[in-house]
Design a protein around this ligand. Structure first.
Ligand code: ZN
Length: 451
């Protein structure tokens, strides 16, 4: 059996992965809070851990891997969205959950084995909070239940920091009912107009962190293999998950994996910088899901990922070429070097390098198998590939432009450009060439007669 090596955040070492039970390898990944479309950065952990899920299924067998990813459907951001839109919480969470599933399917992510919703696990959360209070790790104050951070000596071990360091660097909420500013909310009171459930501490709702501990325990049991998520969740979310589960008398994850963050054109993505976009924005602009996935996989998950227009264009070109090559391959096989790359701490960048090599050798069966393995190819070649080949139009435009350079009469260039735009193409002209990119409203019929 292939040895999988994974970098474990907990030990800060690359380790050989040894599952608790090879017949049921278990993975938990923190999922989205459902109140809006997933932005492109949210897609990174989904694609990273989907690739790991595929690798685990390959090594241990499809039936022997359990993957849990939750939906946070109770949160103050959801309440705020409901209040400002005048719509019900249920409507918003249901719609956003479906958006998420659709968008992640578009980037090739398989559905996890279980996708629990937090609101379906309130009873389990209350039970766990009661255990924590009974053991002295939590307390009730002013309708809240709070976790007593200083009662857990190992707090901060995952990120390797002391409680005092963390307080200094974090925005901890100081509240009069807290024994210590570091203590975090397990349960909080709800007003009449807020969603709430009856509990030993009055009508209220859970804090964010407790849901993952309760759901992981319910679905995976006392101990499980891998816990994943973005780097930004390491503290406080993951430290809190560990503290809650351990202090409630359960074990937790053996291997912790964190993906680095995503930037756009070298800058942090933010609404104020105007470089913020969702997965759906890209799909609507005509960027295929396979291209999004390819760009994501071309950077190792522990390195910051830079989303650039240049990478997007290159990825589309490469995929077009590869799909063209494998279209006629009657069989596919997974090359050992693709598996070996992924087994080395999920080195997806290396796996793509292997595919480039297979493409050069025209090893179409290995290329096809590799594309499938990485989630870049399903049963059929994606329909966008054969939609319309732009190269003839691009060449034509280039020739017309060259002729115009000689005669200094650019009227034909302008006429052609206008016709391409009218057909829904984005016309990109540089000194190196011409590129025609179909946008959402592209109509191939309008290109007829232009050549
Ligand atoms: Zn979580």
């Amino acid at each position: 059996m292939t040895d999988i090596k994974l970098y474990n955040t907990k030990t800060r070492k690359k380790e050989v992965f040894a599952p608790i039970n090879a017949d049921d390898v278990q993975m938990y990944v923190c999922g989205p809070t459902v109140y809006d479309r997933a932005h492109i950065g949210n897609a990174r952990p989904v694609i990273v851990f989907d690739t790991l899920f595929r690798l685990l299924r390959h090594v241990y067998g499809e039936e022997h891997v359990t993957y849990v990813r939750n939906f946070t459907d109770v949160d103050d951001k959801i309440n705020a969205r409901a209040a400002e839109s005048g719509r019900s919480i249920g409507e918003i969470t249901e719609e956003t959950t479906q958006w998420y599933l659709d968008d992640m399917a578009a980037v090739g992510a398989l559905e996890p084995t279980h996708m629990p919703r937090a609101t379906a696990y309130i009873t389990q959360m209350i039970t766990m909070i009661e255990e924590l209070i009974a053991k002295g790790h939590a307390y009730e104050a002013a309708g809240h239940a709070l976790f007593r951070v200083r009662s857990y000596k190992e707090y901060g071990a995952l990120s390797g920091r002391s409680v005092d360091d963390m307080i200094a660097g974090a925005r901890v909420e100081v509240a009069p009912y807290k024994e210590d500013p570091m203590d975090f909310v397990l349960w909080k009171p709800s007003s009449e107009d807020q969603p709430g459930w009856e509990s030993p501490w009055g009508r209220g709702r859970p804090g964010w962190h407790i849901e993952c501990s309760a759901m992981a325990y319910d679905l995976l049991g006392d101990r499980f293999d891998i816990h994943g998520g973005g780097n930004d969740l390491q503290f406080p979310h993951h430290e809190n998950e560990i503290a809650q589960s351990t202090c409630a008398g359960h074990g937790f994850a053996n291997y912790w994996m964190h993906n680095e963050m995503l930037q756009v054109e070298g800058k942090k993505m933010s609404k104020s910088l105007g470089n913020f976009f969702t997965v759906r924005d890209l799909l609507d602009q005509g960027v295929p899901g396979e291209v999004i996935r390819f760009v994501m996989l071309s950077t190792h998950y522990r390195k910051p990922m830079d989303w650039t227009e240049k990478k997007r264009v290159e990825a589309e070109k490469t995929l077009r070429k590869w799909y063209g090559q494998v279209e006629k391959a009657d069989a596919s096989r997974v090359s050992e070097s693709v598996v070996a790359a992924l087994a080395d701490d999920l080195n997806t960048a290396q796996a793509i390098t292997v595919l480039h090599g297979l493409s050069e050798l025209n090893e179409t069966q290995g290329l096809k198998g590799g594309l499938r393995f990485l989630g870049l190819l399903g049963d059929d070649i994606p329909s966008w590939v054969n939609a319309t080949d732009m190269s003839a139009y691009e060449t034509h435009m280039l020739e017309v432009r060259q002729a115009a350079m000689q005669t200094k009469d650019f009227s034909e260039v302008d006429r052609l450009k206008a016709a391409f735009i009218e057909a829904g193409l984005e016309v990109r002209m540089s000194k190196d060439g011409v590129e025609l990119v179909p946008s959402a409203g592209f109509d191939a019929a309008k290109l007829e007669g232009l050549l």
